[in-house]
Design a protein around this ligand. Structure first.
Ligand SMILES: *Cc1c(COP(=O)(O)O)cnc(C)c1O
Length: 376
């Protein structure tokens, strides 16, 4: 049995005919940059997410950088990010000569701790990047309220949680990436909506920001060869847009497949609750399971990972080193709160194989192997 952390080829085979046609049509059209498929994808994605404006770009990291560029921040301004996340958000803050301020995450949801965020705010805080980690949203209502009060811009890093839905206390439901000033997406192949290369997008409901984002992503041009601001070159290839137009049609099915796989893991691993902690779902968010991440008690994480590896079962540690311990960031960040939960999580988390093609036979083998480990 061959088990992969993420199985992209089997997924492709399921939609092969439609995908091959879309790709071939694009190649034959000759419009490889800014072809019609790009605009169509932006429209389709606006329809799916409920965002008013969608600006495609080259990848999720560019999306974050362009989002911050559009906010007119000044060197030295502080931007708050969680310490337990992928490097991209802190990286673009540093590149723009802003100061990354790291705050801790909640132990159960892995997402930014709202109380610690509140305490990290100073009069230099100009933006926050809540990261919707592993498939569920941060607790956005209090975050948005605090930010409104302090005039802090909100850029949601939604690279991992497209399609997850947040419920406000009045019952209003909004998708991840559409609640703050700007939401960013990555279409890296292994993301929940992945293309066959690099891709990204920015979402906003603010017309002025939409215009700025579009301009910055296109060399700061207001019209061709007239440059109003210093921008960059960040485009979604027509080919990737054509691929995404096919994949977006299946995103709801793909999310359901992930949720079913997660439910099965939950049911079957329940009996090990003395040894492992299963992923929690916050009551304010749905979970689209970009990752299925367990926590291990008693420091057994690395042992289990090795045990599974020897049985040809891959697993991943997201993330092994919190940002404040990364060599590149040690000296340029400000520590905004105690980071004890981030520390502990980096020592105890393990992400099990999770993708749209995981079948019961594969899951049973993974589950039985984990049980074997604890019953040795
Ligand atoms: C993948 C990812 C990114 C970066 O996306 P790229 O398309 O690889 O540049 C940013 N933030 C988070 C949380 C991610 O998971």
């Amino acid at each position: 049995m061959k088990i992969q952390q993420v199985d992209l080829t089997t997924q492709y085979l399921r939609i092969q005919k439609e995908m091959d046609e879309a790709v071939l049509q694009c190649i034959r059209s000759g419009a490889y940059i800014n072809g019609a498929e790009v605009g169509i994808f932006a429209q389709n994605l606006a329809g799916y997410t409920g965002a008013q404006y969608v600006i495609p770009c080259a990848n999720g990291t560019d999306a974050l950088q362009i989002a911050l560029m559009a906010l007119d921040l000044q060197p030295g301004d502080e931007v708050i990010v969680p310490a337990f996340t992928y490097v991209a958000s802190a990286e673009v803050i540093a590149l723009l000569k802003l100061v990354p301020v790291l705050v801790d995450v909640d132990f159960e949801t892995f997402n930014m701790d709202v109380e610690k965020f509140k305490k990290a705010i100073t009069n230099k805080t100009k933006a926050v990047i809540p990261v919707h980690l592993f498939g569920q949203t941060c607790d956005m209502q209090p975050i948005l309220e605090i930010c409104k009060l302090h005039k802090i811009a909100v850029v949601e890093d939604n690279a991992q949680s497209i399609g997850s839905v947040y419920t406000f206390s009045d019952g209003q439901k909004l998708q991840a990436g559409t609640m703050g000033d700007i939401g960013t997406l990555s279409f890296f192949p292994a993301k929940n909506l992945g293309c066959y290369g690099d891709g990204g997008a920015m979402l906003t409901n603010n017309e002025t920001l939409a215009g700025k984002l579009k301009m910055i992503a296109s060399h700061g041009q207001s019209r061709k060869y007239y440059h109003d601001v210093v921008g960059c070159n960040s485009r979604l290839d027509t080919l990737q847009a054509a691929i995404l137009n096919v994949k977006l049609k299946y995103l709801s099915d793909f999310i359901e497949a992930r949720q079913q796989a997660a439910t099965y893991y939950n049911e079957q691993l329940q009996e090990l609750s003395g040894c492992i902690v299963l992923p929690a779902v916050a009551d304010y968010s749905t979970h689209v399971y970009h990752q299925y991440t367990i926590r291990l008690k008693e420091g057994k994480r690395d042992e289990l990972k090795q045990f599974l590896y020897e049985k040809n079962i891959p697993s991943m540690i997201y993330y092994p080193l919190p940002l404040h311990h990364q060599k590149a960031f040690k000296d340029i960040i400000r520590v905004g709160s105690d980071l004890s939960q981030s520390e502990q999580l980096s020592q105890s988390v393990l992400s099990l194989p999770m993708h749209t093609e995981l079948n019961k036979e594969q899951q049973d083998y993974i589950i039985d192997s984990i049980k074997q480990f604890f019953n040795r």
